[in-house]
Write a protein that binds this ligand. Structure first.
Ligand code: PLP
Length: 445
């Protein structure tokens, strides 16, 4: 020990912070510059005393902003890379902060299932979906997916996956006979969304799981619009559940991420493909998304209650032609949602996205969006702030009016992601904008 080191080098943390790999008892016979005391200025700057490793559990999630992890021996390094030892080597392979986020989501999705559920975290929802599909499908195999599908998932299936020789049959999941025909003749993977954008169609997850498993296929469910607070698809036989964590899981519109959860076996292939494709979540985003999870039930339950309250009132509002929300008894997926979705003290949670259709098609939708003052006009959903998006001009811009009609979407549809504001303020903003947009009454104030 040199004279300028503190008396107790371990300090309060309980672990000695020896600089670099050299030095300390047993470091071997010291050559002229092999002891720390003889190191030059540059070496000392690059190899400061190691950070303490607290013996006590930190209550905040540590952010392991480290691309690589050092080993004590070549044997340990080799064993870890060979998979015979667990640990961390390189942050594209695994990172403790990213793992903490994935494990937290897996615990929410897998609670009470009786079988272990694990997770892998990704840099975005699309990284999660693409890795999941590439992990489980090979050239010549087929995917069955719904016609009402998140735009980039549709583009992925029609683009990258089609070019890799994985074909997709798109089918209306509301038509069981068509679905039965689609899975006949070999299918590797059935893809579904718990709640479809913008009609809020509810996937019949138990039926889809039976159908997929009867053909030896996997059921992969994008549950972004639901979050595990509204629905937990693994309960109903889904093999893998994917989320864009950018939405409800993070919940604050400040980080992009994705996550896949499922049983150990299908997840092992997802992790292997994730390592090769390189889409792991970074530690800083993992910290933000993990922190978001702490308030997930609070946020989602409140947003669901506000959405249900708004859906009821908007249905009776002048200028509104239609409201799509599974909490409304008139919604075609209402009974299914009541059967499948989670219940809280305030009853079944039906999600926090409400699609409001106004008269006047695209122009009507644009007018409503332009006149809102509190609710943001923005893409994404699931954040603290409410947002609207005119469907035909944004998420479904590739569809012409005929294609929209075939998908059951009116060009005047506006998707509303209900946030955490006072619902009365949201209703007032929507009413004023509707009045102005439809010229029903002059705007107040
Ligand atoms: C946003 C979204 C995605 C893609 O997630 P990113 O984080 O933007 O990559 C996938 N599916 C659904 C249903 C989404 O809403």
């Amino acid at each position: 020990m040199t004279t300028d080191e503190p008396a107790d080098p371990a300090g309060p943390a309980g672990s000695a912070g020896s600089p670099g790999r050299a030095g300390g008892p047993g470091a071997g016979p010291a050559g002229a510059r092999s002891s720390e005391a003889a190191w030059g200025e540059y070496t000392r700057a690059v190899h400061p005393p190691a950070a303490p490793t607290p013996a006590q559990t930190p209550l905040g999630l540590p952010v392991y902003r480290s691309a690589a992890f050092a080993f004590d021996s070549a044997a340990e390094f080799a064993e870890l890379l060979a998979g015979s030892r667990v640990g961390y080597s390189y942050s594209r392979v695994d990172n403790p902060t990213s793992d903490a986020f994935a494990a937290a989501v897996a615990a929410l999705e897998g609670h009470g299932l009786g079988t272990p559920v694990v997770g892998q975290a990704f840099a975005s929802g699309m990284a999660a979906i693409s890795t999941c599909l590439l992990a489980h499908c090979r050239t010549g195999e087929r995917i069955v997916a719904p016609t009402a599908l998140y735009g980039n998932t549709y583009a992925l299936l029609r683009g990258v996956l089609a070019r890799a020789g994985v074909s997709t049959t798109f089918v209306d999941y509301a038509d069981p006979a068509a679905l039965e025909r689609a899975v006949a003749g070999g299918v590797r993977l059935v893809f579904a969304e718990t709640l479809a954008n913008p009609t809020m169609a509810v996937a019949d997850l138990p039926a889809l799981a039976r159908l997929a498993h009867s053909r030896g296929a996997l059921l992969v469910v994008d549950s972004t619009f639901a979050s595990p607070i509204v629905c937990r698809p693994l309960r109903y036989g889904a093999d893998l559940v994917v989320h864009s964590a950018t939405k409800y899981l993070g919940g604050h519109s400040d980080a992009t991420g994705g996550v896949v959860t499922g049983a150990q076996e299908p997840m092992a292939a997802v992790r292997a493909a994730r390592i090769d494709l390189g889409g792991i979540l970074g530690p800083d985003e993992a910290f933000l998304l993990h922190r978001g999870l702490a308030t997930l039930p609070l946020r989602v339950e409140r947003a669901c209650a506000s959405a249900a309250w708004l859906a009821e009132r908007l249905r009776a509002q002048a200028g509104v032609r239609r409201v799509d929300y599974p909490g409304l008894p008139t919604h075609p997926g209402h009974d299914l949602a009541t059967a499948l979705f989670e219940r809280g003290s305030a009853g079944t949670r039906y999600g926090a996205v409400v699609t409001v259709t106004v008269a006047g098609g695209r122009a009507g939708a644009a007018k409503l969006c332009d006149r809102l003052r509190l609710i943001h006009l923005a893409s994404s959903l699931g954040g603290t702030r409410s947002k609207v998006s005119p469907v035909a001009a944004t998420t479904h811009r590739q569809l012409d009016d005929a294609a929209l009609a075939a998908a059951g979407i009116d060009p005047g549809a506006v998707r509303l992601s209900v946030g955490l504001e006072d619902p009365e303020d949201l209703l007032a903003d929507l009413r004023a904008a509707l009045d102005e947009a439809t010229g029903a009454t002059p705007a107040a104030g």
